[in-house]
Design a protein around this ligand. Structure first.
Ligand code: HEC
Length: 133
């Protein structure tokens, strides 16, 4: 039991640092453009995550098209039907533990849905939404 708790604590610490560092670097970027900026906002992030747009392939999709609306459950890729493990780090401790992986997919997935890269503000808001789900 002690070992389990300790492992959970360690995982938490690791997860906390990668995503916190990333959010912090995004925040520095936003501050360059807007010195009055205070913090990322999960409700703006929810809109980014759930609203529909004509994506890269000319189809109307949202982030939920592939990741579902319950981020604690697995879902299916809209285009390939492949299973995608839950996006919430609460249900899937592997999430948000690898900076390169986060950046690669955020860039690719914004392009899928918005047909452009996300801004630092959008990325910070949507990640804040996801990690609090
Ligand atoms: C066309 C399907 C598709 C859409 C649409 C999509 N994603 Fe993804 N996403 C994936 C796949 C595939 C992966 C990589 C496989 C995996 O990690 O399970 C992924 C991975 C991610 C990750 C990586 C997390 C980690 O650390 O493991 C994040 C964050 C993410 N997506 C966010 C988003 C956001 C935000 C949107 C909307 C802007 C979005 N996704 C839209 C398919 C999609």
């Amino acid at each position: 039991m002690k070992i389990l708790l300790l492992t959970a604590l360690l995982l938490n610490l690791c997860f906390g640092s990668v995503v916190d560092d990333y959010l912090n670097s995004l925040k520095q970027e936003v501050l360059k453009e807007n010195p009055n900026f205070t913090s990322f906002d999960a409700s703006r992030g929810e809109k980014i995550f759930t609203s529909n747009h004509i994506g890269k392939k000319g189809k109307e999709i949202s982030c939920t098209s592939c990741h579902g609306t319950d981020l604690n459950k697995s879902s299916e890729n809209f285009f390939t039907g492949k299973v995608i493990e839950p996006l919430s780090p609460k249900a899937n401790p592997k999430r948000f533990t690898d900076l390169a992986e986060i950046e690669k997919w955020i860039k690719r997935n914004f392009n899928d849905v918005y047909n452009r890269e996300g801004t630092a503000l959008e990325k910070g808001d949507v990640i804040t939404y996801i990690i609090n789900k």
